[in-house]
Structures are given as C-alpha cells and as structure tokens.
Design a protein around this ligand. Structure first.
Ligand SMILES: *Cc1c(COP(=O)(O)O)cnc(C)c1O
Length: 463
C-alpha cells in the first residue's frame, strides 16, 4: 500500500514512512493511493469479534505487507487492554434509534486514546526495528497532548514535546500532560491559541534542518495512522447496530476533522453509511463549509468544548483532495490560497460530492448546556460538553437516516466545571485517575514564536 501527498509534490511512500513522517515534505497530507476494500460479508462478521481483532484487520488493510499481521494484532491487543471497558468502545442507548459510542474509556479519558495507544506502539515497534529515535512534536487543543503523553511516556525510541495554548484547556486536560514524570516528555504552555500552536508545528516541519536534527515526527490527526485507527469504531459500532445490511448514521463533534474523516475512510472501505453530521461549537468553520461550500477561517473563540476551538481543520484537505477527484495541483493551489487569504470556495462538483455524506451544524454555548441537562433528565446519563454539542446538533437537522451513533469523545469528568454548571452535578473521575489532582506538575512557558519553540525542541532532543 502506497501513500501519496494531497499536494502532489512529494514522492509516494509506504505505510511505515507515512506514519513516521506525519506531514508530507511538500506540506500536504498523506492519503492511501487507493482505498483498501473489506467485503460486506467480512464486515458483517465484525459484530462477533473482539475490538482488538477488528482493529488489527482494519489497520492492517492500510499497513499492507509492511507490518506482520501477528505483530499488529499483538500491538492492538496491548493497546486496547489499557481501556477500562471490555468492549473498548461500548454503545449506550439514549432513546429509540439514538446511541452514543463511548470513546473515552482509555487512560486520558478522551477519544484521542483510541488512536494514540496503538500509534505509540506502532512507533516504538517501527523505530526499534530501524534503530532510530524520534522527536514527536504535537500541538494540542486539550486532549491530543494528554493522550500522546499517556501513550508515549517511558517509550524507548521516542520523546514527546506537547504544545498547548496557555489557559485555554481545562485543568484535568493539562494535568494529563504535565504530571508525567518521565524524562522523554516535555510540555510547553504557549502564549497563544491552538491555531498558533498548530502553525508553529507546521513551521517546525517545514524546517528541514530541524526535521533532520531531531528526527521530527507528528501525531496530530494529520497522521494517517490515526485516521486508520479511528475508522475501526465506525465498523464496530455500525455492525453492532445491524450494518452492513442496515445503514447507520453518525454525528461527530468536530474540530480538526480527523474523527469525521475516519468515518469517510470507513465508508470508502465498504461500510454502508447514512450521513455523517459534523457538529461544531461556535468555532464553526466546518459547519459553514458543509452548508455553504466556502471554507473560510473565522476568529477562534473560547468555548466549554475546548478540544474543538479550532478555525482551520487540517484534515479537510484530505476530503477536498477526494472531492476534486484527487487533483493534487488543484489541492495544492487551494490550500496555498487558504494559508494566504484564509478562505477558499469548494468547487461545485466537489461540494456536491461532499454533501452526499456530510452535513454541518454549529451549536451555541447555551444549547450545549441545555443538551447536557436534558440528556441527564431524560436518560440519567451525564455527558461532556463535546458530546453535548453533537446531541444538540442532531436535534436541529432532519433527514438523517437509520439509527444514529453520536461519537462521545470525552468523559464528563474531564470537564467538571462545565458539566456542574449545566447540570448541577459534579462528575467523578474514574478510580484509576483519582490521584491526578494531587500529582506534581512540570511544564515550561514560551511565547507563540516558532523560532523560540524550535530552539527549545532542539535542546530537549539534545541536538
Ligand atoms: C479532538 C477532540 C474532538 C475533535 O476531533 P477532531 O478529530 O479534531 O475533529 C472532539 N472532542 C474531543 C473531546 C476531542 O478531544
């Protein structure tokens, strides 16, 4: 299986290089040259199989012959044994036809663990066999950093630098990063927004000398292995509800568009699907794009669902590339224009193709709070603000076919203030992480300046 860049100016690479490289050297994103296929009969059989086995099958389809199936299965089994629920991603029913997929039973209580736990094991395995050690630089709007630190802490062949926007993430989110004591972890509070952090990461990747000196790699949702790992729970949840003989729809609280794009990947692999509703908070770039066909950056504002406080959704470039029938020159032009002016128009045919699967809805803070309270009152379930954005979005659209699965992306205890304010109930941290609040923290503070942060990364990597 080969991977090509959405911008067409980088050589194609195998799965291992696409994973270890993160972003393509031309600034584009890697996508598989062709989408691997899984037959309807095999998909139907997923309903009976353990999560780790389905994961090994789906991720293996993307890895091709570059990773031995037995090794991949072992890594998946180890990765998903860190989850505290035997189903790994269990479904809870809220009302007839409405289910939530609980993606938050991993070590940092957010859906990022689902991909990161397997990604860290893949990295360690691949780097070990190449006798390399890498520096992973990630920007986090809250949950990626915690999940990355949890997954990579203490691993032998990789170190992690996590950049987060100072004061814009919850205390629990911060503590999942800053309480790791392992020497291969560094956390940086950046004086700026998540978009600033993400822009700095992009600049670091474009600096060839830094890239080589520290063997830089990324685990943000631009990394294709994350998309592959996230496609898995579309298969497991859909088959639990009767797919492939029944079409299931999804509603996905979205920021960087990695999670929702993984649904697109699952569909392209052969999973029949109704719609994917892309739910955003007031940072509505994706919701606007799927409703108007114009992808235009807005001003980032702070909300109670901070993991989605983003106004440029990196993975959208992958969907755009598909929408324009994989015209890399056109994709490169569009995203250079977007970087320049902050707005592009999706060509009409591409937009029509996107609308076959996607819809977008943006949800206000008031409606988010109301959705938390109403869900508690009607079902007894406490949900986190990100999940509430999705639940609220769903109430505002018509014509979503079949049973709907809402991706529940964080445990409510990760956002105790917002949940308590909306519901009058403070969610408890699960037993395994109860000591989080009392562990000592360790992080540095830096300005939102690419040169400063690049120097910091060099020093940390000892380069
Ligand atoms: C990262 C995150 C999201 C957004 O996912 P994307 O893949 O960036 O769209 C939603 N909810 C939570 C809790 C997250 O951590």
């Amino acid at each position: 299986m080969r991977y090509v860049s959405t911008r067409g100016q980088a050589p194609s690479v195998g799965f291992v290089d696409a994973v270890l490289g993160g972003l393509a050297p031309d600034g584009g994103l890697y996508v598989p040259e062709t989408w691997p296929q899984i037959s309807a009969q095999e998909i139907a059989g997923f309903a009976e199989r353990p999560y780790a086995e389905v994961a090994a099958r789906v991720i293996g389809a993307f890895a091709g012959d570059e990773i031995a199936p037995a090794d991949l299965l072992e890594m998946c089994q180890e990765a998903y044994s860190t989850f505290t629920h035997a189903a790994v991603v269990p479904l809870t029913q809220l009302q007839p036809g409405l289910f939530i997929a609980e993606l938050f039973h991993g070590p940092s209580l957010a859906f990022k663990d689902v991909a990161m736990q397997i990604l860290a094991r893949l990295y360690d395995h691949l780097l070990g066999s190449q006798k390399r050690s890498q520096t992973i630089l990630c920007a986090t709007s809250g949950d990626t950093g915690g999940a990355a630190v949890e997954a990579f802490r203490g691993r032998r062949n990789a170190r992690v630098v996590a950049l987060f926007p100072e004061g814009r993430i919850s205390e629990v989110q911060r503590r999942f990063m800053t309480t790791a004591s392992e020497a291969n972890v560094a956390c940086v509070a950046v004086k700026g927004s998540f978009d600033d952090c993400q822009a700095i990461v992009k600049q670091a990747f474009q600096d060839q000398s830094l890239r080589q000196a520290v063997d830089l790699s990324g685990v943000n949702s631009i990394n294709f292995a994350r998309i592959a790992a996230q496609a898995v729970y579309y298969f497991t949840t859909a088959t639990a509800l009767g797919a492939p003989s029944r079409k299931v729809s999804f509603c996905v609280p979205s920021g960087n568009f990695g999670d929702a794009f993984a649904g697109y990947a699952a569909q392209r692999m052969g999973l029949p699907m109704g719609k994917i509703l892309v739910a955003t908070n007031a940072n509505d770039i994706l919701a606007r794009t799927f409703e108007t066909g114009r992808y235009a950056r807005g001003k980032v504002c702070q909300t109670m669902s901070p993991a989605m406080d983003i106004q440029s959704a990196s993975n959208f470039e992958r969907l755009y590339f598909e929408g324009v029938n994989r015209e890399a020159t056109e994709t490169a032009r569009a995203f250079a224009a977007f970087a320049d002016s902050g707005a592009i128009d999706v060509p009409p045919q591409a937009f029509a193709a996107m609308r076959e699967l996607f819809r977008g809805v943006s949800v206000s803070e008031d409606d988010t709070a109301r959705a938390m309270l109403r869900t508690l009152n009607e079902t007894g379930e406490l949900i986190d603000p990100h999940t509430a954005v999705a639940i609220s979005a769903l109430r505002r659209v018509n014509g979503i076919e079949g049973p709907v699965v809402v991706m529940s992306t964080a445990h409510p205890a990760k956002f105790p203030e917002a949940v308590a304010k909306a519901c009058g109930v403070t969610p408890e941290l699960p037993r395994g992480v109860a000591t989080l609040a009392s562990r000592p923290e360790r992080f540095d503070r830096l300005p939102a300046d690419a040169e400063t942060i690049k120097a910091y990364v060099r020093a940390f990597a000892g380069a």
